[in-house]
Design a protein around this ligand. Structure first.
Ligand SMILES: Cc1ncc(COP(=O)(O)O)c(C=O)c1O
Length: 421
C-alpha cells in the first residue's frame, strides 16, 4: 500500500496495521500525520488540513492545548499509572467528585474505564445486576432505531440492528428490543405498548440524548427525551443516557440530558472527557442504583475492573479539560459555531439531492437523499485542504470548540463548493 515518497515508518509498518471499519483489500491507505496543533492536522508531505471532525468529536479544546499538555507532563513525572484495586489516587478522586458535581441530580458514583464501548458494557451490566440484586432479575434492554453505542458485544446488541453498522453478525448478540424514538404521541404509545408487554424482563432503556451520532447525526427534541424518561418511570425501569458523543458541550449545554431537563439513572461519558488526549471513560450512576450493590453478600458486588481503570495520566488530562470549561467560555464558542453553521450551511438546502441541513450546537449536518459516494467526496475535501469524512448519507462538521471563524468558514465554504452551491 505504501509509496516510495512516504516516510520510512509508514512503508515499514503499514502492512502490519489493521485499520478501523475498513475493507482492507480495497481501502485507500491512510494519510501519514506528522503532528497536530489547534484545529489543524499536519501531514508528513507538508500538507495542512483544517479539521472538521476533531478526531471523532474528542478534541473539544483543539489539539495540543497547553493546559492539558502541562497537566499530563506533571502527572507523568509523578505517576503515570497505578492499579486501581486496593489503591486510589488524587486525579481519579478529584475527577469523580467534579463529575458528580457537574452532572444533574444524584448522579454521583463514578466507575472509570478506558473506552466508550466499555463504559456502555458496564452500564448494561450494572442495569442487569441492579435487578438481580433486588431479587427480580431482568435481562433485556430497549434501544432506539438510529442508535449507536459502540463496538463491543453488548454495545452492538443495543445499536440499531437495521441501519447501523452492526446489522451483520447479529447472531452473536443477545436479541434486544428496538423501538422508534417517541417523537409524537403515536410512537410514544407504541413504545408504551412494547414496555407494558415486556416490562417484567426489561432492565433499562438506552438512549443517546438529543443526538444519535454515529447512526447518522439524527436529532430529537427535549420532549422526545422527556417521553423516554416518562416511559421508564411509568414502569419503574432504569434509563441509561449514553452521553459519549453529546457530553462536554457538543450540543451547547455541558450534558444533553441536563439541557433536556431529565436525569438518567446511568450516564456514560468518554470522547471529550480528556479533551481528546488520552483514552478514558466513565459510567456514572445515581445513588439508588449504587445502593442496590451494597450488601453483605459478596455476589452482589459489581465484578468489573479494567487493568487501566482510572489511569492517572488520563484522569489528570480530564481534570485539566474540566478546568478549561471553567476558564474559557466554551458555551459561548459553541453558540457562535451554531450560528455560523446555520448561516453557512443553509445554502446547501438548495442543492439537488440534499434532503436536509440541520445544526445543533457544534454539530452541522448535510443529509443526502441517498448514500453518498464517500471516496469521491473524501478526495475532493482533501484537495481543498480540509479533513471532513462523510459517512452513510451525510456530510457533517463537529469541529473543536476553539476553531477560528476563518477556519470554520473554510470548512463550510468547502462543503458548499464541493456540493456545487
Ligand atoms: C454515543 C456513543 N456511544 C459509544 C461509543 C463508543 O465509544 P468508543 O469508540 O470509545 O468505544 C461511541 C463512539 O462513537 C458513541 O458515539
Amino acid at each position: 500500500m505504501a509509496h516510495a515518497d512516504q516516510p520510512e515508518w509508514f512503508a515499514a509498518g503499514l502492512d502490519h496495521l489493521w485499520l478501523p471499519y475498513a475493507q482492507m483489500k480495497t481501502a485507500p491507505p491512510p494519510l501519514p500525520v506528522q503532528r497536530t496543533e489547534g484545529c489543524r492536522i499536519y501531514l508528513d508531505d507538508g500538507r495542512v488540513l483544517i479539521d472538521g471532525i476533531a478526531s471523532w468529536w474528542t478534541a473539544c479544546h483543539g489539539y495540543n492545548h497547553p493546559h492539558i499538555a502541562a497537566a499530563i507532563a506533571r502527572q507523568l513525572e509523578q505517576m503515570p499509572h497505578v492499579m486501581f484495586a486496593g489503591l486510589a489516587h488524587e486525579p481519579a478522586a478529584r475527577l469523580a467528585s467534579r463529575l458528580a458535581a457537574l452532572l444533574p441530580g444524584d448522579l454521583e458514583r463514578v466507575f472509570f474505564s478506558e473506552s466508550g464501548s466499555v463504559a456502555v458494557e458496564i452500564a448494561l451490566k450494572v442495569a442487569r445486576q441492579y435487578w438481580r440484586n433486588r431479587g427480580a432479575p431482568r435481562r433485556k434492554f430497549v434501544a432506539f432505531r438510529g442508535g449507536y453505542h459502540g463496538d463491543t458485544a453488548a454495545a452492538m446488541a443495543v445499536s440499531d440492528p437495521g441501519t447501523g453498522m452492526h446489522g451483520r453478525g447479529r447472531d452473536l448478540l443477545p436479541a434486544q428490543f428496538t423501538a422508534d424514538l417517541p417523537r409524537d404521541e403515536t410512537s410514544a404509545a407504541r413504545l408504551d405498548e412494547l414496555i407494558a408487554r415486556e416490562a417484567s424482563d426489561i432492565a433499562a432503556l438506552v438512549i443517546e440524548p438529543l443526538v444519535q451520532g454515529a447512526g447518522g447525526m439524527i436529532f430529537h427534541d427535549a420532549a422526545t427525551l422527556g417521553r423516554v424518561r416518562a416511559a421508564a418511570d411509568r414502569y419503574g425501569l432504569l434509563l441509561i443516557a449514553d452521553e459519549i458523543f453529546t457530553g462536554f458541550g457538543r450540543t451547547g449545554a455541558l450534558f444533553a440530558s441536563e439541557a433536556a431537563g431529565i436525569v438518567a439513572d446511568i450516564v456514560t461519558l468518554s470522547k471529550a472527557l480528556t479533551g481528546g488526549t488520552l483514552p478514558l471513560a466513565a459510567t456514572v450512576v445515581r445513588r439508588p442504583v449504587f445502593e442496590a450493590f451494597l450488601s453483605d453478600d459478596a455476589d452482589a458486588a459489581l465484578m468489573h475492573g479494567p487493568t487501566f481503570m482510572a489511569n492517572a495520566l488520563a484522569c489528570a488530562a480530564a481534570n485539566a479539560s474540566l478546568d478549561l470549561f471553567a476558564l474559557e467560555d466554551r458555551a459561548a464558542q459553541v453558540a457562535a459555531i451554531e450560528t455560523a453553521l446555520l448561516r453557512d450551511l443553509a445554502p446547501c438546502r438548495r442543492v439537488s439531492g440534499v434532503h436536509d441541513v440541520r445544526v445543533k450546537g457544534a454539530i452541522g449536518v448535510v443529509e443526502f437523499d441517498r448514500i453518498a459516494d464517500h471516496a469521491a467526496l473524501r478526495r475532493r475535501f482533501l484537495e481543498e485542504g480540509v479533513w471532513v469524512r462523510p459517512f452513510g448519507n451525510i456530510v457533517y462538521l463537529t469541529p473543536s470548540f476553539t476553531i477560528g471563524e476563518s477556519e470554520l468558514a473554510a470548512l463550510t465554504g468547502t462543503i458548499r463548493r464541493v456540493l456545487g452551491t
